[in-house]
Write a protein that binds this ligand. Structure first.
Ligand code: SF4
Length: 331
């Protein structure tokens, strides 16, 4: 990875893209606008008492108490399935950019900004007859931060402090990383750490991510293994039909290196900017995802107790674990 001080921006293009993202429901917070918060479909369902997202089913998260945010809209990969625009906010060696280093807001500013903005966003629901009063009261005091919106959170230089800031407010944290910065994983302790693994080998990785960090991702898999018992660890495999739903034995080999608590095998979702790059057919059905998850679990099984323990058809995700179900819901 390039040193953080050399990360560059193209302001005009980025400001234009920010405006487009705002129209799509992203709300930028803080002075330097590198952080964003967005309420999701499930938060609205949950606040009406009409349902919860798969994170509720698997891990006990209430969507109406969850702040979905990112401290870094920037990313160093250019994944074909990414919801964000790849024309802006890409950093690292793949970028041809101008001269301005990124200026970062402090963890306190980012956390305060996100919570305040989320409260403002839900305030309109107070008077709605469909709103569940208890859920609304709970939503005003969020309990969970999903640091996973878009962009790569390990590029934010104060990620450790950001997690601590959420924890100091009595909130739990999920961090989702692309695994390109193993040294950052070494120093952070979120409640649950996700690594997105989108290929079973380097050649498919290059086709999916259009980047060159395979050896660093492998280092991160080793870091995940070292974290087990201290932080709950999850490897998420985003399945893209026709691209990376091959070689379950390759995925199993990589998973054995990380020895995660959970593996989420999830369908790519045909939304956001990814629609410009992938056809709708790239989004596999739930049954196809489940079949692929079974193949991965089978490859893992001879040497471990990994098996399918849960699934959510509406979100097209299957959960593999070697933990007992009673121990899944810690939140
Ligand atoms: S790592 Fe995540 S944020 Fe970055 S390009 Fe890939 S999908 Fe998008």
């Amino acid at each position: 990875m390039e040193p953080k001080a050399t990360l560059k921006l193209v302001h005009d293009e980025e400001n234009g893209t920010r405006r487009t993202l705002e129209k799509q429901g992203y709300h930028f917070v803080g002075l330097h606008k590198h952080s964003a918060v967005k309420t999701c479909f499930w938060l609205w369902k949950s606040i009406r008492g009409e349902g919860n997202c798969y994170k509720g089913k698997f891990y006990g998260i209430n969507a109406h108490r969850c702040v979905q945010m990112t401290p870094s809209i920037f990313c160093n990969q250019r994944c074909v399935h990414c919801w964000r625009p790849l024309e802006a906010f890409t950093v690292g060696r793949e970028t041809k950019l101008k001269k301005q280093p990124i200026e970062w807001d402090s963890p306190e500013e980012v956390v305060e900004g996100c919570i305040k903005e989320q409260k403002r966003l839900i305030s309109g629901f107070k008077g709605s007859p469909k709103t569940n009063r208890n859920a609304f009261a709970e939503a005003e005091a969020p309990k969970h931060a999903a640091i996973s919106l878009i962009g790569e959170p390990t590029l934010y230089p104060y990620l450790k402090g950001l997690i601590q800031e959420f924890h100091s407010r009595g909130m739990t944290t999920f961090v989702v990383t692309n695994g390109t910065n193993p040294e950052v994983l070494r120093e952070i302790s979120p409640s649950q750490l996700y690594l997105s693994l989108n290929a079973p080998n380097e050649s498919i990785y290059k086709k999916v991510a259009h980047a060159d960090y395979w050896s660093r991702i492998n280092e991160s898999l080793a870091e995940m293994r070292a974290k087990r018992g201290k932080t709950r660890t999850v490897i998420r495999i985003t399945c893209i039909e026709g691209l990376n739903m091959v070689s379950p034995e390759g995925y199993a080999e990589l998973l054995k290196r990380a020895n995660p608590d959970f593996v989420e095998v999830k369908a790519y979702m045909h939304i956001g900017y990814s629609r410009k790059r992938l056809p709708r057919e790239a989004m596999p059905s739930h049954s196809r995802v489940k079949q692929f998850a079974s193949e991965i679990a089978e490859q893992l099984a001879p040497a471990s107790n990994y098996k399918i323990v849960d699934e959510s058809e509406i979100s097209r995700v299957v959960l593999i674990s070697n933990r007992s179900l009673e121990r899944l819901r810690l939140f």
